[in-house]
Design a protein around this ligand. Structure first.
Ligand SMILES: [Zn+2]
Length: 483
């Protein structure tokens, strides 16, 4: 009976079975849910939602139709916005009647960055399945997450699931640009529709993988504040055969050199402290030692300098400002009358746009240079807004615990790590309104395969369906009534 070969093959069969059972146990093997997720994703990708010629209203209405068909009450599904092309969907999943708990709000943007057919291998507005990936504009940023949210609303509804509180889904316009940011508009005009205890924004965070192997599960616990500054020098100019020391191109160049050489000071907050602490457990010995050294009091300047060479660590430990555009002069044979640079800053929590403007003025140390704040819509002002980068909200235990327990099932061994997002998302609007906001996504992307805003954007097919499963389990973990 216990023939070694038989035993071996029995073990092999058994472990194969276990693997299969693990998959088999996953409701994502439910072909109906898979097909629904696929169709919703495909539909969203193929509706052009760019600012130039697209419409988020069309996408919002398509999702509204699906929710209504699944049995959501008409009163709980709304498409609203400032104009025909910038509609936002707000859908409310009703929780237990009489619940005293305030709702959870999920936000996701429907709009996508422009994409030109000639730049891409496939048509960016066709949903293409190829080599284990779905291709199309918005497959990483962030129609995959919009599709995941809509799929799970319908799936939970069909199951008859009753959460312990309402869950609101807002799919919105103009996160990537444009003049009609949907989250901002809803907060200002229809606050009652989306008022919540806290916000989940799948535009941030996610599962970091390498060749498909999960490394970490990141969640965005805070983000930096975006700001542009115009650095301008003007001059009477003249004939280039008679150069003078006053030259606006040199003035701007000197300012940018100063900027290059003087990084903003090192600083930590409760989120970045935890982030570095966790990363020290994963890094190589030298890196880990440096990470511990910057967490010490006082932090080790040599370790800060070494870690600053890594763009991700650098952006996490300080406000960054970088020259992004440059123009100047008007003729090859004339002294320039004007030179201008754009300096783009990502401001750490606790500082305002005006504070950073004044820091630049001081750094450039040239009273003839003007340093003006440039708003999102391009207006220039001598005074930056006093808008502060938001202080990180408390890390809610219910959110973190639910995230940890579901992650442990789907990506065992990958630690859950809080991050400060160096970019900016719609969470800035909800955070400014006092709604704690967390960037949580269940979609895994290889760390060297980030294609948001770029060409041939794609997501692994498996990642997408695991993401569906993640949000299904995560929402249940967050809203299953305690007994
Ligand atoms: Zn996005």
């Amino acid at each position: 009976m216990n023939h070694p070969t038989a035993l071996k093959s029995a073990v092999a069969v058994l472990s194969a079975l276990c693997v299969q059972t693990a998959w088999g146990a996953s409701p994502m093997s439910d072909p109906a849910v898979r097909a629904m997720a696929h169709d919703i994703f495909e539909q969203l990708i193929e509706i052009n939602t760019t600012d130039s010629i697209g419409s988020t209203t069309v996408a919002a209405q398509a999702m509204a139709r699906r929710l209504l068909d699944a049995g959501f009450a008409a009163a709980d599904v709304t498409v609203v916005g400032p104009n025909d092309r910038k509609g936002n969907l707000v859908a409310r999943y009703r929780g237990k009647a009489g619940s005293k708990l305030r709702p959870i709000l999920i936000i996701g943007h429907l709009d996508v960055v422009e994409a030109r057919r000639e730049d891409w291998t496939t048509d960016p507005f066709q949903f293409v399945e190829q080599d284990g990936y779905y291709y199309g504009r918005g497959t990483q940023d962030m129609k995959e997450c919009d599709a995941i949210a809509v799929t799970n609303f319908i799936r939970l509804k069909k199951e008859g699931y009753v959460p312990d509180r309402d869950i609101i889904l807002a799919l919105t316009a103009d996160e990537e640009g444009g003049k009609s940011n949907g989250v901002d508009w809803l907060l200002k005009n229809r606050r009652g529709l989306i008022d919540a205890e806290y916000v989940l924004n799948p535009d941030g965070g996610g599962v970091v993988t390498e060749h498909g192997k999960p490394l970490t599960v990141e969640f965005e616990a805070t983000e930096k504040l975006y700001a542009d500054y115009q650095v301008l020098a003007t001059n009477r100019g003249g004939h280039s055969s008679l150069p003078r020391p006053d030259n606006p191109i040199y003035q701007v160049a000197h300012a940018l050199e100063a900027l290059e050489r003087a990084p903003f000071p090192f600083e930590l907050n409760n989120v970045t402290r935890e982030y570095f602490k966790q990363m020290a457990l994963l890094e190589t010995p030298q890196r880990a030692a440096d990470l511990r050294a910057i967490l010490a009091t006082p932090p080790d300047p040599a370790a800060i300098e070494r870690l600053s060479k890594d763009p991700r660590y650098n952006s996490t430990m300080r406000t960054t400002c970088v020259a992004t555009m440059l123009t100047g002069g008007h003729a090859p044979n004339a002294l320039p009358q004007r030179a201008e640079a754009n300096v783009n800053c990502r401001i750490s929590p606790g500082h305002s746009q005006e504070e950073i403007r004044l820091a630049l003025v001081k750094l450039f140390n040239d009273f003839e240079l003007s340093v003006r704040y440039r708003s999102d819509s391009g207006e220039l002002s001598d005074h930056g807004s006093d808008r502060n980068a938001m202080a990180p909200p408390p890390l809610r235990a219910d959110v973190i615990d639910s995230l940890r327990s579901v992650s442990a099932k789907l990506w065992p061994g990958a630690p859950v790590i809080p991050i400060m997002e160096p970019g900016a998302s719609d969470s800035i609007y909800t955070m400014m309104e006092g709604l704690p906001s967390y960037g949580i996504s269940g979609v895994a992307i290889d760390r060297d395969d980030h294609r948001e805003h770029g060409r041939d954007e794609r997501v692994k097919i498996d990642s997408f369906y695991t993401g569906v499963e993640f949000y299904y389990q995560f929402l249940k973990a967050l809203t299953t009534p305690a007994h």
